[in-house]
Write a protein that binds this ligand. Structure first.
Ligand SMILES: Nc1nc2c(ncn2[C@@H]2O[C@H](COP(=O)(O)OP(=O)(O)O)[C@@H](O)[C@H]2O)c(=O)[nH]1
Ligand SMILES: [Mg+2]
Length: 213
C-alpha cells in the first residue's frame, strides 16, 4: 500500500473517531394510554432482549421518563442506527386524581399519582427542550387526532426542528382509523402499527433507521 493511501486511511479513521456522532436520543411522546411503554418494551425486546417498563391500562402508569441506552436497529439495506430510547409519561393538559379512582386506586394513592404524573409531564417537556434528537409521536388510532395536546406537542416538536415519526397505534382494533391521523398531520410520516400484536413494527424500524440518521 502506498504511503499516501496509508496516511489517508489513518487521517480518515482519526476524523471519524473525532467527529463520531453522539448517540441519537429518541423520545416516545404522546397522550396517556397511546401505547408508548408497549412500544418502548417491544423495541427493547426486539433489539436487546430486555423489557423496559410497566404497561398498564391505568392512565399515567409511566410517571417518570425512563431510558434504555445503546439500542442498535438495523434496516433492510444494511444501514443501522444506535439510539437511546426514552419512554415518557403521557402529556396532557389536565391531570385529575379523581380519574384514578375509577381504577380502584385509593384516594391517597390517587393524589400521589396525580402529583407524580404532573411532575413527570414537566420533566418530559424539559427533555424535549434539552435532550432529545428525534421523536416518535404515538397516537391511538381509535381516538381523535385533533386533540389540543397533539396539536400543541407537534407544534413544539416542529419549532425545535426535531425529526418526528407519527406512530398510529392499535390498528388491531376495529375502530382504528389511521388515515384520520394521516390527514391530520400530512407534513410528517405516519406509520400505522399494532404494538400489541407487532403488526407493521418492521415498517416503523425501517423508517426510524432512515429518518433519524
Ligand atoms: N388493542 C391494542 N392495545 C394496545 C396496543 N398497544 C398498547 N395497548 C394497550 O393500551 C394500554 C396502554 O398501554 P401503555 O403502553 O401503558 O400506554 P402509554 O400510557 O402510552 O405508555 C395497555 O392496556 C396496552 O396493553 C395495541 O397496539 N393494540
Ligand atoms: Mg407509559
Amino acid at each position: 500500500m502506498s504511503i499516501f493511501i496509508q496516511t489517508r486511511n489513518r487521517v480518515s479513521k482519526f476524523l471519524q473517531a473525532f467527529f463520531r456522532k453522539k448517540r441519537t436520543r429518541i423520545g416516545i411522546y404522546g397522550p396517556p394510554n397511546a401505547g408508548k411503554t408497549t412500544l418502548a418494551n417491544r423495541i427493547a425486546r426486539d433489539w436487546t432482549g430486555e423489557e423496559m417498563g410497566q404497561v398498564s391500562e391505568i392512565p399515567h402508569e409511566t410517571r417518570r421518563a425512563s431510558r434504555k441506552s445503546d439500542i442498535t436497529i438495523s434496516g433492510s439495506n444494511g444501514s443501522s442506527i444506535t439510539i437511546d430510547i426514552v419512554d415518557t409519561p403521557g402529556v396532557t393538559t389536565k391531570i385529575d386524581y379523581m380519574e384514578f379512582l375509577e381504577y380502584g386506586v385509593t384516594r391517597d394513592e390517587a393524589v400521589v399519582r396525580a402529583r407524580e404524573a404532573t411532575e413527570g409531564v414537566a420533566e418530559a417537556m424539559h427533555w424535549l427542550r434539552e435532550d432529545i434528537d428525534g421523536v416518535i409521536y404515538m397516537l391511538d388510532s381509535t381516538e381523535d387526532p385533533f386533540m389540543q395536546v397533539n396539536i400543541m406537542m407537534i407544534g413544539i416538536i416542529e419549532s425545535r426542528n426535531l425529526p418526528v415519526i407519527i406512530a398510529a397505534n392499535k390498528i388491531d382494533l376495529p375502530a382504528a382509523t389511521p388515515q384520520r391521523i394521516r390527514s391530520a398531520f400530512p407534513q410528517h410520516p405516519v406509520i400505522p402499527i399494532s404494538c400489541l400484536e407487532g403488526k407493521n413494527v418492521e415498517d416503523l424500524y425501517e423508517k426510524m433507521v432512515n429518518h433519524f440518521r
